[in-house]
Design a protein around this ligand. Structure first.
Ligand SMILES: NC(=O)c1ccc[n+]([C@@H]2O[C@H](COP(=O)([O-])OP(=O)(O)OC[C@H]3O[C@@H](n4cnc5c(N)ncnc54)[C@H](O)[C@@H]3O)[C@@H](O)[C@H]2O)c1
Length: 250
C-alpha cells in the first residue's frame, strides 16, 4: 500500500466530523501519525478510535481553536507526543446565520470570524513555528467556494472564507523559501453534518447549484487535501484549489 505520509506527524482540527474526519483517516491510511483535534472531545475520541481500529496511530485531543493558548498547547502536544509536526489541516468551522446584512446580528458576525478565520491565524502561527523546527512542512486551510464567490445571507461566512484565502497566500509567501507550503481548499457543498441545518428541500436545491448535479463527499475533499499535503505537490504553495463539481465555473 502507498504510504506517502510514512514518518510524518499530522494535526487536523475539526477532525471529529465530516471533512476533517475523512482527512484524518486518509492521512492515517497514508502512514501519518495523527493528532485528531476537535471542540467536542467525544467526537475526537470516536474519530481517533476509528483510525486505530483501521491500524493507524492517532491521539484524540480537545481544543477550541478560537483560544490561542489552547491552539499553542495543541501544537506543543503534537510535538511532545509524536516528536515533531510536519502536516496540518485547519479545517474546524461553523456555518453562520442565514440573514441579510442589514439584519445580521453583530455577535454572529464576530463568532463566525473568530471560528472560521481568526482560528486559522492561531493555528497557522503556531504550526509554522513547529514546522520550521521540524525542517519543513505543509498546511492546508479549509476555505470554501465562498472563498472566491459570494452568496446572499452569509456575509460573515463569505468574508471569513475569503479571508482564509488571503491569509494562506500571505503566510505562504513568508515561508516558501524555508520549506513550509501553505495552500487553501475550496469545497462546494459537501454532504456532511454541517448541512444538517437545511431542510430536505433546501438540501436537494443545493445539488442543482453544482453542474455535477450532486453534493460532494468528504472523501473527495480529503483526496485534494491529502494531495496538497503530499510531496507530489512540492511546487504548490500559496494557492487556492476548488473541489466543487463545477459550482464556480459558471
Ligand atoms: N460541508 C460543506 O458543504 C462545506 C463546504 C465548504 C467548506 N466547508 C468547510 O469545511 C470545514 C469542515 O466542515 P464540515 O462540513 O466537515 O463540518 P462538520 O460540522 O461536519 O465538522 C466541523 C467540525 O469542526 C468542529 N468545530 C467547530 N467549532 C470548533 C472550534 N471552535 N474549535 C474546534 N473545533 C470546532 C466541530 O465540532 C465539528 O466536529 C469547515 O471549515 C467548513 O466551513 C464545508
Amino acid at each position: 500500500m502507498d504510504q506517502p505520509f510514512a514518518g510524518k506527524v499530522a494535526l487536523v482540527t475539526g477532525a471529529g466530523s465530516g471533512i476533517g474526519e475523512a482527512v484524518a483517516m486518509e492521512l492515517a491510511e497514508g502512514g501519518a501519525r495523527l493528532l485528531v483535534s476537535d471542540l467536542k472531545a467525544e467526537a475526537a475520541e470516536r474519530a481517533a478510535a476509528a483510525i486505530r481500529a483501521a491500524g493507524g496511530q492517532a491521539l484524540a485531543h480537545q481544543a477550541d481553536v478560537t483560544d490561542p493558548a489552547a491552539v499553542q498547547a495543541m501544537v506543543a502536544l503534537a510535538e511532545s507526543h509524536f516528536g515533531a509536526l510536519h502536516l496540518a489541516v485547519n479545517n474546524a468551522g461553523i456555518a453562520g446565520a442565514r440573514v441579510n446584512t442589514a439584519d445580521y446580528p453583530l455577535d454572529s458576525w464576530q463568532r463566525i470570524i473568530d471560528v472560521n478565520l481568526t482560528s486559522v491565524f492561531h493555528c497557522t502561527k503556531y504550526q509554522v513555528a513547529a514546522m520550521l523546527r521540524a525542517g519543513g512542512g505543509a498546511i492546508v486551510n479549509m476555505s470554501s467556494i465562498l472563498g472566491s464567490v459570494g452568496t446572499p445571507g452569509a456575509v460573515a461566512y463569505v468574508a471569513a472564507k475569503h479571508g482564509v484565502v488571503g491569509l494562506t497566500k500571505a503566510v505562504a509567501l513568508e515561508y516558501a523559501g524555508q520549506g513550509v507550503r501553505v495552500n487553501a481548499v475550496g469545497p462546494g457543498y459537501i454532504d456532511t453534518p454541517l448541512l444538517s441545518r437545511f431542510d430536505r428541500e433546501t438540501h436537494d436545491g443545493l445539488k442543482t447549484l453544482h453542474p455535477a448535479g450532486r453534493l460532494g463527499t468528504a472523501r473527495e475533499v480529503s483526496a485534494l487535501t491529502c494531495f496538497l499535503l503530499s510531496d507530489r505537490a512540492a511546487f504548490i504553495t500559496g494557492s487556492y484549489h476548488l473541489v466543487d463539481g463545477g459550482y464556480t465555473a459558471r
